[in-house]
Design a binder for this molecule. Structure first.
Ligand code: APR
Length: 184
């Protein structure tokens, strides 16, 4: 696990299942409909139960790079922040900007709702085909920049489902925070 302190926010990486996270909000890698799917979206809906889908049906969908919030229902997390990542093969030069927006908008929503702890999966790194190292670089730098500029978050955690993603996010987090052996 990597763990860095940036201003007053701890940012961590952890290998595990995001549906087990006992935090104020977990972030869901959803699609435009917000009506569920496979991957982490499917796991979150299964763990939250049918009330989550019922709540999502009232949200009117979500644009790529934007985020919307619901309660967590059957999850240990109090809320779910649903965001839609870029499909890598369709995004061209906009991919990084859109992925960064997912992280920024999710954290903005967290602050708007006075949340203190947020866990992210590796957004777009599954079905949406984003190369893990590139996604980790964008995610880590966006989160470090956000918590440098905004107070209020105590913990932001990246919860990775496989070793490859865990290694990539841990390495990119330490680079982004300017710690560890990597020197630019
Ligand atoms: N906990 C944490 N991470 C998970 C979990 C889990 N329980 N299950 C899967 N993951 C990881 C995957 O291994 C991948 O690294 O989440 C990352 C994102 O993969 P996807 O879930 O495929 O999400 P994404 O690539 O953003 O594609 C979104 O897939 O499920 C559909 O409805 C979703 O259409 C949307 C698309």
């Amino acid at each position: 696990m990597s763990s860095v302190m940036v201003k007053r926010t701890r940012i961590e990486t952890e290998k595990g299942d995001i549906t087990c996270e006992r935090v104020d909000a977990i972030v869901n890698a959803a699609n435009h409909t917000l009506l569920g799917g496979g991957g982490v979206d499917g796991a979150i809906h299964r763990a939250a139960g049918p009330e989550l889908l019922a709540a999502c049906k009232l949200l009117g969908g979500c644009d790529t790079g934007d985020a919307k919030i619901t309660k967590g229902y059957g999850l240990p997390a109090k809320h779910v922040i649903h965001t839609v990542g870029p499909v890598y093969s369709e995004s061209g030069p906009n991919a990084a900007r859109r992925l960064a927006s997912c992280h920024r908008r999710s954290l903005e929503l967290a602050l708007e709702n006075d949340l203190k702890s947020v866990s992210f999966p590796a957004i777009s790194c599954g079905v949406y085909g984003y190369p893990v190292d590139e996604a980790a670089h964008v995610a880590a730098n966006t989160v470090v920049e956000f918590v440098t500029e905004h107070k209020g978050l105590e913990l932001v955690r990246f919860v990775l489902f496989d070793d490859r993603a865990f290694q990539a996010f841990s390495e990119q987090l330490e680079r982004a925070a300017g710690v560890g052996e990597f020197k630019p």
